[in-house]
Design a protein around this ligand. Structure first.
Ligand code: WTA
Length: 651
């Protein structure tokens, strides 16, 4: 009986593409067939179709030295030219590339011709500052057009950008600058967030005093917040005094397909963030391919909006490189969804007639809480496709998104991928695939995935295990900056030449994939990756702390939340009489050291942590406590009574 009911639910929760949508869809099932027949040849065809190669490649893939792949190795291209100049040359210079909306309400529409000019001017300034091919440039900017311009200017001259999210602290910025040995930092005086100016340049100044190296020669500063900033003569330059007045004549040079494009730091299972390295031709091919086919992009008529910040991989691939390579028109919004009112996003959708919206489940769940009356005060009928990324989207949120935001009948695509994969790997193709709420569904054409048991044997049929990518893909990471050993160990040691993603997954009766979250010590808070080890080492750096354990606990809105258990040093414990104040101080400390996104939801001051006989902290038991569940099996603890003591303390 139950089986039948389940089956009926599954039936209801499958959505066939509407015939009207399918008739105009960019993707068709022939893509799957072509990729199936000749996977590598398929990518070669896509790359030739989607990109302009100054020197065409003749070799598609070199996988003779795994895990170091080379794609389109003997071809040359310029990534920025592919995103800009070629659209102007094709007669689309007047098409709007960016409808930029500042949080206070100021706006700018920037065409492809204008964006190309601005990037050329910035490229000339970078060259004048001595930045050349292969040099690293750190970018620490709010969501303003200059962020996009900076990334493309760096790419244009063959330098390598490292974008650092504007919410990261001076310490986090300093360690990223040092690790990449950046010679230039591009920042702003400040940006707008929640109706206020948040300072950026002072954080850069602070980071440069903290930085152990002395790689940074210059700081280029965009005026945005109009906040007071200090100035180091000879080092600091204003954007409006340099880029705005530079020449817009710039002849772009083509670089090899495997020329590095960017480094993006992401949290791993240790305290030290990893600098994920991406290169040019393969990355741009897959970013453009997925952007076009997963979002059903019709560049002449669509208005696309991805709400991610350029400080994350989603902002790299689906705000900058994918959409611009495809000549899309898009919205770029500086601020938060609820400023100055909770309907701000929907007002923007109405005003710009946004047709494709790509956002994160955490945002959808926050809107669900506020209620449908907020989006329904605006005309959202321009929307024809919705996307989700960053964490599993629960079926309820999927349904709400489709009904309340999408009006009930438009496709919702749930896209699974990672900083490391560079572009979307698992997603339905709208107009082709039946949609199933809660499941990321199927590998995109040309991508091979599997689910393995811990011993490496593939799980058959309806079963769960570890998600792997079984064949190299064009936008795969090429390494961890400066650490090839860590690259091999982290992703390739477990299953040989199969890439281990760190996610658990389950296959259902239809062969659709359901993501089950991380299987390692990485948390996912509001779609942002955080490492338990990094937050633990920040807590331990506080003079009061003796020991700390951090877990990701389920949270209704943010997916997971950071919950910390801290033992104070005996010398301090006596003086800390106000436990609430102490835990608040530790929460603030983490936000100050790493950034506000890492601030724990709760810090519990405890006398003990649950450890095995070999001294390993059993986070599983702490997670039970943090999620308010009955504590699981404690038999492997050195002292089995300890959980009772701890749970009495966290009440
Ligand atoms: C998770 C973000 C379920 C996953 C693009 C992955 C998802 C990590 C999904 C990467 C999804 C991302 N369904 N889980 N659609 N998308 N994830 O590097 O755990 O910031 O390993 O890249 O987010 O996070 P990252």
């Amino acid at each position: 009986m139950t089986v039948q009911i389940d089956h009926a639910l599954e039936e209801i929760r499958r959505f066939r593409p509407s015939p009207e949508f399918a008739a105009n869809a960019v993707a068709d099932s022939a893509l799957y067939e072509a990729a199936q027949a000749d996977r590598v040849g398929f990518w070669a065809d896509q790359s030739r179709d989607l990109l302009h190669w100054d020197k065409p490649f003749t070799k598609t893939l070199d996988w003779t030295n795994p895990p170091f792949a080379k794609w389109f190795e003997d071809g040359d291209l310029n990534v920025a030219v592919n995103c800009l100049d070629r659209h102007v040359e094709a007669g689309n210079g007047d098409r709007v590339a960016l409808h930029w909306v500042g949080e206070p309400g100021d706006t700018r529409d920037i065409t492809y011709a204008e964006l190309t000019d601005e990037v050329k001017r910035a490229a000339n300034v970078l060259t004048d500052l001595g930045v050349g091919s292969g040099d690293r440039v750190a970018i620490y900017l709010p969501m303003i057009p200059e962020a996009v311009v900076s990334m493309l200017a760096v790419a244009r001259i063959g330098a390598i950008h490292s974008v650092v999210f504007g919410g990261f602290s001076a310490d986090s910025l300093a360690s990223r600058i040092d690790d990449a040995e950046a010679s230039l930092v591009i920042t702003a005086d400040g940006g707008y967030r929640k109706g206020k100016v948040f300072a950026l340049k002072p954080v850069v100044d602070d980071a440069l005093t903290k930085s152990v190296g002395d790689s940074v020669r210059n700081v280029l500063v965009v005026k945005r917040g109009e906040n007071e900033v200090e100035w180091t003569e000879g080092r600091d330059l204003w954007w409006h005094e340099t880029v705005a007045t530079a020449s817009s004549e710039h002849e772009a040079q083509a670089f090899e397909a495997e020329h590095p494009l960017f480094i993006l730091y992401t949290s791993g299972t240790t305290g030290k963030p990893k600098g994920i390295l991406h290169t040019s031709g393969g990355y741009l091919t897959q970013a453009a391919f997925t952007h076009k086919n997963v979002f059903d992009l019709h560049p002449e008529t669509d208005v696309y909006w991805c709400t991610a910040d350029v400080g994350w991989i989603t902002g790299h691939s689906y705000v900058v490189y994918g959409p611009l390579a495809n000549g899309a028109t898009q919205v770029l919004y500086e601020g938060t969804p609820d400023t100055p009112h909770p309907g701000r996003w929907w007002e923007i959708v109405e005003q710009y007639k946004v047709s494709i919206l790509y956002t994160a489940p955490t945002a959808i769940r926050s809107f669900m809480k506020l209620g449908r009356q907020i989006p329904h005060a605006f005309n959202l009928r321009s929307l024809r496709l919705l996307g989700s990324v960053g964490e599993p989207i629960n079926p309820e949120a999927w349904i709400w998104y489709r009904h309340v935001i999408g009006g009930g009948s438009i496709p919702v695509v749930d896209t699974w991928w990672q900083t490391e994969t560079g572009a979307i790997m698992i997603s339905a193709l709208p107009g082709v695939t039946d949609l199933k709420p809660g499941s990321a569904q199927v590998a995109v054409p040309g991508i091979s995935i599997d689910i393995l048991a811990d011993d490496g044997t593939p799980v058959e049929g309806e079963d769960g295990g570890l998600l792997v990518i079984t064949e190299p893909w064009p936008s795969m990471l090429r390494g961890i900056w400066g650490d090839p050993e860590r690259f091999k160990e982290t992703y390739w040691e477990k299953f040989g030449d199969k890439y281990f993603a760190g996610d658990g997954a389950r296959r259902d009766a239809d062969g659709d994939i359901w993501l089950l979250g991380r299987v390692d010590d990485v948390m996912n808070v509001s779609g942002h990756r955080l490492s338990t080890a990094e937050i633990e080492s920040s807590l331990v750096a506080h003079p009061w702390t003796a020991e700390a354990a951090v877990v990701g606990a389920a949270d209704e809105t943010t997916g997971q939340a950071v919950v910390a258990f801290v033992i104070l040093k005996a010398s301090q414990a006596a003086q800390v009489t106000d436990v609430a104040a102490a835990s608040e101080e530790l929460r603030k400390h983490v936000a100050g050291q790493i950034g506000a996104i890492a601030r724990p939801r709760q810090v519990f001051i405890v006398n003990e942590l649950p450890k095995t006989r070999s001294g390993k902290i059993m986070r599983r038991l702490l997670r039970d406590l943090a999620e308010g569940r009955e504590v699981g099996d404690t038999t492997t603890l050195a002292d089995t009574s300890i959980m009772q003591v701890i749970s009495d303390q966290v009440k």
